[in-house]
Design a protein around this ligand. Sequence first.
Ligand code: DX5
Ligand code: ZN
Length: 214
Amino acid sequence: MNTIVSASILSADMCRLGSELDRAAECCDHIHFDVMDGVFVNNISFGIPVLKAVRKHTSMPVDVHLMITDPYRYVDAFADSGADIISFHCEAASDIRSTIEKIKAKNVLPALAVKPDTPISEILPFIDDLYMVLVMTVEPGFGGQSFMHRTLDKIKELRRYITDHHLEVRIQVDGGINEKTAPLAKKAGADTLVAGSYLFGAEDMKEAARLLSE
Ligand code: DX5
Ligand code: ZN
């Protein structure tokens, strides 16, 4: 599978969001949009009005990462505001199956996310219905953290399962991705890389994105 690079705008300059999106459009494949509610994670980011503004500005696919409790309740709002992919956490959802069905009914691609210490077995019962599994490689909540190497075994385990079962599910990694950790994650089996501080903090974003996808 080709590598997808998804630029996490959590690390973008929010006063210049339009030009930050333009910068990402030149060298990245997707926009990663982190929604935090201050309950599921210990931080609050941005939500629906900002997603609508992003949708108006860019034609890039927008990958919405919900770090919120009760994601089922908000599927329609995020789908109607322009999400192309919706990821939600299995640790947060009371009914994972219905949430996936609700996302699919809105013609949005469903993805299930796991925190660094949540085993893959939690998502396997749903994997046939997913576009992607998001393996968090840091504790969700903040940008700029260091990649947790212990998540590599989980990525490998997931890649093995997907290959053995002839599935086409993508594996996304999120947290601490840079030119050093991206090759490790890809070697373990990841094909979709989220990067925030590495891309938006780079002087030359094009070169940084090239190093991730090469
Ligand atoms: C963290 C978010 C990430 C974050 C990654 O909870 O889900 O998407 O933006 O940031 P970096 O790439 O700086 O680790
Ligand atoms: Zn994220």
